[in-house]
Design a protein around this ligand. Structure first.
Ligand code: 13P
Length: 250
C-alpha cells in the first residue's frame, strides 16, 4: 500500500490545552491509518503535543526556524534547539512567511540546509500568486523557487526533504486547485528535484484541502500527500483527510 503524508499546519492557532485535547481526540480515530501523520504546531504547543503523541502514529513538527545555530536573533528558534526537544519536522518557506516576514528563496535555502544539517526534515513550500498564475507563469515561478531553494544541498540525508506545492491563491480561500493541475505541478516539481539532486522526493499539495476534496487529490498519481491548514484544526475533519487516498486494490 502506498503511504501518503498527511501534514497539518496549525499556523497561529491552538493553545496548549487545546493541542492536548486535539491529540487525545484524534489519536483513536487515526490509529489504524497507513498514512504518515504529521502535525506542525506553534512552538508553545510543541512540548505538550509531542508528549501526548508519544507511542502513537502521530508525529509533531513546527512551522519555522532560523538558519543560524545561535546568536543575537531576538525571538527566533534554531535547528539545534528543535533537535534538542526531539522535533523532526519543520515547515520552511511557507508563503505566509514569504509574504509577511520577507522570506526569500535564499533564506528558504539556508533554512533547508540548516534543517538537514541537524537531521530535521524540512517541508519546503513553493507556490505562485494569482497574478503569476493568470500571467501563465506558474511553471516558471515554481521551477525558480525549487532551483533557488535547493541550491548546494549536499547533506547525506537529502532523502529527508519533502516539498509542498501550495498555490497562494488557493490558501485559506476555499478555491482549491483542480486535482489535475495539482497533479501536473507536483510532477513538474518531482522531475525538477530529480534533475537537480537526483533523488525522489515526496511532493504534497496544499491549499483549501478538506475532508470532501482530499480523496480525489490523494488519488492522483503524482501527489504524495497534503499539507492542510484550516481543516487540520478539527480532529474529525482531519481524521477523515488522514484516511483518504487509498487506491483501489492497495
Ligand atoms: P488552508 O488549508 O487553510 O487553505 O491552508 C493551507 C496551508 O497554508 C497549509 O500550509
Amino acid at each position: 500500500m502506498r503511504r501518503n503524508i498527511i501534514a497539518g499546519n496549525w499556523k497561529m492557532n491552538m493553545l496548549p490545552n487545546e493541542a492536548i485535547s486535539f491529540i487525545e481526540e484524534i489519536e483513536p480515530l487515526v490509529k489504524d491509518t497507513n498514512n504518515e501523520v504529521i502535525i506542525c504546531v506553534p512552538f508553545t504547543d510543541f512540548f505538550y503535543a509531542n508528549n501526548m503523541a508519544q507511542g502513537t502514529n502521530i508525529q509533531v513538527g513546527v512551522q519555522n526556524m532560523h538558519y543560524e545555530d545561535k546568536g543575537a536573533y531576538t525571538g527566533e528558534i534554531s535547528a539545534p534547539m528543535l533537535k534538542s526537544v526531539n522535533c523532526k519536522y519543520v515547515i520552511v518557506g511557507h508563503s505566509e512567511r514569504r509574504q509577511y516576514f520577507n522570506e526569500t528563496d535564499e533564506i528558504v535555502n539556508k533554512k533547508a540546509k540548516k534543517a538537514l544539517e541537524y537531521g530535521l526534515t524540512p517541508i519546503i513550500c513553493v507556490g505562485e500568486t494569482l497574478e503569476e498564475k493568470e500571467a501563465g507563469k506558474t511553471i516558471e515561478i515554481i521551477t525558480s523557487q525549487i532551483e533557488k531553494g535547493l541550491v548546494d544541498l549536499t547533506a547525506s540525508d537529502l532523502d529527508k526533504i519533502v516539498i509542498a506545492y501550495e498555490p497562494i491563491w488557493a490558501i485559506g480561500t476555499g478555491k482549491v486547485c483542480s486535482s489535475e493541475d495539482a497533479d501536473n505541478m507536483c510532477k513538474v516539481i518531482r522531475d525538477k528535484v530529480k534533475e537537480i539532486l537526483d533523488i525522489d522526493v515526496p511532493v504534497l499539495y496544499g491549499g483549501s484541502v478538506n475532508e470532501q476534496n482530499s480523496n480525489e487529490i490523494l488519488l492522483k498519481e503524482n501527489i504524495d500527500g497534503v499539507l492542510v491548514g484550516g481543516a487540520s484544526l478539527d480532529p474529525e475533519k482531519f481524521a477523515k483527510i488522514i484516511y483518504s487516498g487509498h487506491k483501489l486494490g492497495e
